[in-house]
Design a protein. Structure first.
Length: 478
């Protein structure tokens, strides 16, 4: 590893330990990757062999501490208790309803409901939400499969196809009118705001229930305007349900609701919203270490709205493109896509017809997303740490204090950037603030990032971090 001046620095303790244990057994890095896959078994399904091998190489090079489920897998492969292997106190699990044995980010084909016609889409949403409402969360988080590769990318291509007009129907008086539709739209905005401010842990079932009711309404005959607006409500509620499912650690459910949202956006006639759904699907794939698929979905979104997207939407999509390049270790491509995002953002005008669902993407969000990617690059090359600090500081300064989840993610990232820069005192100070904010949010994403930060500060073996470690342990145990 090198510091900001290019000088070699000692490897972190976790890297030394993994390398030592592997060599003790006479294994190559490829053999260790095989043992990790065997350790995963059927409960913790993994990505392809090459992806696991890349992780092993990065861990041994000290380019990012192992994140779940890798600490558990190393423990199984080496037959050493996790706490002893990494010489740290055992942390509480990321979520209270799932154990490490059940956490799985499998990559396979869980039969996503690819139904692009209006009627079958509404029926699928109704049936899935009805089942979801009676499903125990412990059972839901055990669902293993996440779709990636061609089984995901190929069906999504149909999003670009022209919508086939539905045959005319004899419209009778429906159960609702325009006033009731407006109330449903307002309720959807309330749910979206709740998710942004508090995370989705507490309100997910309420959103699923509302989505089930709207899907039932759509199955009635309605005038065209009402039917179109109801599909738009379904698309937005499905996306909120996806985000909240992700916050609950339910990755399979999250991807399924994203797929339903994308499909509902077609009869709603809202291609820009569909592009935003693809961006969210890409973000989930990035979280699950599938950057190539994320890039494919982002390019599809950009192609679909290239001539119609507002500058704000284009800027957001280019940040997903940049994120994918950063995750692939391509800094120059990342910088180019980031420049495109910043150029598009500079074109934003108060006269732009931005819908409410994209207004979250403001200067704070642009700075936070960009800073987070510089942070990822700095884990491989510490010279990027100063860029991470600059952008994330700006994000924290601009972020609305009501957006607790985003603020918590910004603060954890800023603390991490200080750590990489060698400023442990500032890392501890910001880390304590981040932990306070994280304690106010019901978000699996925040807890995972806080847990990873805990693992990283533990490698410093500096007594000044001990109170912060205790603070984080107490917060994660709640």
């Amino acid at each position: 590893m090198t510091d900001e001046t290019g000088r070699k620095t000692p490897l972190p303790a976790y890297a030394e330990r993994i390398r030592h244990e592997r060599r003790q057994r006479g294994w190559s890095q490829k053999q260790l990757a095989v043992h990790l896959l065997k350790a995963a078994g059927d409960k913790i399904a993994m990505a392809e062999f090459e992806s696991v091998l890349t992780r092993v190489k990065r861990h041994e090079a000290g380019k990012g501490s192992p994140r779940d489920p890798y600490p558990l897998l190393y423990s199984r492969a080496f037959e050493i208790p996790e706490a002893k292997l990494f010489e740290r106190p055992a942390l509480p699990e990321v979520t209270t309803d799932e154990s490490a044995n059940d956490v799985a980010n499998s990559v396979s084909s869980p039969s996503l409901p690819w139904l692009w016609e209006a009627g079958p889409t509404a029926d699928a949403i109704y049936d899935i939400t009805k089942s979801d409402l009676v499903l125990n969360r412990r059972d839901a988080v055990k669902a293993l499969a996440i779709t990636a590769g061609l089984p995901l990318v190929d069906p999504v291509q149909r999003w670009l196809a022209k919508t086939t007009p539905e045959p005319p129907v004899t419209v009778q008086a429906g159960r609702i009118g325009l006033d009731e539709v407006a109330q449903l739209e307002a309720a959807t905005n309330v749910f979206r705001t709740w998710d942004d401010q508090h995370g989705g842990g507490l309100a997910r079932k309420a959103v699923i229930g509302q989505l089930n009711e709207v899907a039932d309404l759509v199955r009635d005959n309605h005038p065209h305007e009402i039917r179109t607006r109801l599909f738009h409500v379904m698309a937005q509620l499905s996306k909120v349900a996806a985000t909240m499912s992700w916050d609950c650690g339910m990755q399979t459910a999250a991807q399924k609701y994203y797929a339903l949202s994308l499909q509902a956006s077609k009869p709603a006639g809202d291609r820009p919203f569909g592009a935003s759904v693809l961006a969210s699907m890409a973000r989930q794939l990035l979280y699950l270490d599938q950057p190539q698929d994320a890039l494919e979905l982002t390019r599809l979104a950009l192609d679909g709205v290239r001539s119609t997207a507002t500058p704000r939407l284009r800027a957001m999509l280019h940040t997903r493109e940049a994120w994918s390049y950063a995750a692939m270790g391509r800094p120059e491509s990342f910088k180019r896509a980031t420049g495109a995002a910043e150029d598009a953002f500079s074109e934003i005008s108060s006269d732009d017809p931005d819908p409410e669902w994209i207004t979250y993407f403001d200067a704070a969000e642009l700075a936070g997303v960009t800073g987070g990617r510089y942070l990822e690059l700095s884990q491989q090359d510490s010279r990027f740490a100063s860029d991470a600090l600059d952008h994330i500081r700006r994000a924290v300064a601009l972020r609305q204090r009501s957006s607790l989840r985003s603020l918590a993610l910004d603060q954890v990232g800023l603390a991490y950037a200080h750590l990489i820069s060698g400023d442990i005192d500032e890392a501890v100070s910001v880390g304590n603030a981040a932990t306070e904010t994280a304690g106010q949010v019901q978000s699996d994403r925040v807890r995972v990032q806080l847990r990873e930060f805990y693992v990283e500060i533990e490698t410093r073996k500096d007594p000044v971090v001990a109170p912060l470690q205790q603070h984080i342990r107490e917060t994660l145990a709640r």
